[in-house]
Design a protein around this ligand. Structure first.
Ligand SMILES: NC(=O)C1=CN([C@@H]2O[C@H](COP(=O)(O)OP(=O)(O)OC[C@H]3O[C@@H](n4cnc5c(N)ncnc54)[C@H](O)[C@@H]3O)[C@@H](O)[C@H]2O)C=CC1
Ligand SMILES: O=C(O)C(=O)Cc1ccc(O)cc1
Length: 364
């Protein structure tokens, strides 16, 4: 049986541990707060818990570091000088990848391997109570192995992580920080600045607070995230944040100038271009937070098929919340992704469609 050590049993460490529940692994948790370990044991998230770091890692085949980014250096410094199992694979879950990559390149001298990792799903909630076995389902899970790490070592980490049902991808750490900086880190600055701006106005009129709804809530949801976590992320992706701020200022000035000049066409084009890009973003098939009930249907030809399937299901009172053409194969075979409101509708649809001769399945 393989041993997995999770260092930091919060939302992400706890969710990783839960996703491994059906695997033949023993999970040992370490945290700086004993009460977190007690909760994790009570919730059966981990098999054992300890506040002794050396004890947690000494027999482990896999070690996951899932503390805030600012604490990773401390943990890595400890691992560098403590006794570890030869061949052990260490990974982290931190939201930035460049700095950790630089700190860990020499681990192979110790006959252990470090492969940076970032499961790209989460929540603005923190702590073990928010952990969920399906948190990473369908999300990207980025790995940033050094090119000197043998492929079979990377593969054994990938094999273990299949239990998360995430889409595992390999990226260069600098590219990770640039891209994730733009789509995840920098938006937290924007969200927080908007909230602070309105918070200050609210000092003078409570109506800001009362009327804030809809769009304001949507765009500022992430401002409710953990301040310590986001402090650390910004500090570890500073260069990228400063570059993005410059670019953002340029785009911001552009629209403000159109407003100043009352240029209706340019304002409209600005919004239209933003909408077009936004509407093309891939929808994430949700895992734990709001499970989607998806069925994939192989269909012989596309024209007319969507109407045929919606009619067929509509006649049985089965409603589809979304239908999307996933791919058209060269032999004119297509795959439709149909989403249902609940499991019952999905299962009814599976029966009806199978009876009609369609090949229906749950995963790509
Ligand atoms: N929250 C999110 O949505 C996501 C977070 N991440 C990353 O995963 C990591 C963990 O985040 P969360 O689980 O959300 O935070 P969390 O606050 O829920 O959990 C962190 C845990 O680490 C423990 N901890 C603090 N210092 C420690 C140390 N020196 N040694 C061991 N444990 C320590 C804390 O007591 C806590 O139990 C962070 O690096 C974050 O950047 C990655 C993807 C998503
Ligand atoms: O939607 C949200 O609340 C998030 O922003 C989740 C998140 C937070 C940090 C990450 O590194 C990846 C995902």
């Amino acid at each position: 049986m393989k041993r997995v050590a999770i260092l930091g049993v919060g939302l992400i460490g706890g969710s990783l541990a839960l996703s491994m529940k059906d695997k033949d692994v023993e999970i040992i948790g370490f945290d700086i707060y004993e009460e977190n370990l007690q909760k994790a044991l009570a919730l059966s998230v981990i098999d054992k818990g300890t506040v002794d770091l050396a004890e947690a890692v000494k027999e482990a085949d896999f070690i996951f570091l899932s503390s805030p980014v600012g604490k990773l250096f401390e943990l890595i410094s400890f691992l560098r000088y403590t006794s570890l199992k030869p061949g052990a694979i260490i990974s982290d879950t931190g939201s930035t990848k460049g700095s950790i990559f630089e700190w860990t390149r020499d681990f192979q001298k110790k006959n252990v391997y470090f492969i940076g990792g970032h499961p790209m799903a989460g929540s603005h909630k923190t702590g073990i109570e928010a952990a969920h076995d399906r948190l990473f389902e369908n999300a990207y899970y980025v790995l940033t192995p050094d090119s000197s790490i043998p492929q079979e070592v990377v593969q054994s980490l990938r094999d273990l992580l299949t239990c998360t049902k995430a889409r595992i991808v390999v990226l260069d750490p600098a590219e990770h920080d640039r891209v994730v900086g733009a789509i995840s880190h920098f938006p937290h600055i924007i969200a927080a600045t908007l909230v602070k701006q309105v918070g200050e106005y609210n000092e003078h009129s409570p109506w800001y607070h009362r009327l804030a709804a809809g769009g304001f809530r949507d765009i500022t949801r992430i401002a409710s995230s953990n301040p310590i976590m986001w402090r650390d992320i910004l500090l570890h992706n500073r260069k990228v944040m400063l570059e993005l701020a410059e670019d953002w200022r340029n785009v911001f000035d552009e629209i403000i100038n159109f407003v100043k000049e009352a240029d209706a066409d340019k304002i409209e084009t600005f919004f239209r271009e933003a909408r077009d890009f936004r509407d093309q973003l891939p929808e994430r098939k949700k895992g734990a937070i709001a499970p989607l009930y998806d069925l994939y249907i192989d269909v012989p030809d596309i024209p007319g098929i969507i109407g045929k399937i919606t009619t067929l299901l509509g006649e049985k009172d089965i409603s589809i919340t979304n239908i999307r053409i996933m791919e058209i194969r060269e032999d004119i075979m297509g795959v439709l992704l149909t989403t249902f409101r609940n499991e019952e509708d999905m299962e009814k649809a599976r029966v009806v469609l199978t009876e009609e001769g369609y090949r229906v399945y749950s995963r790509e």
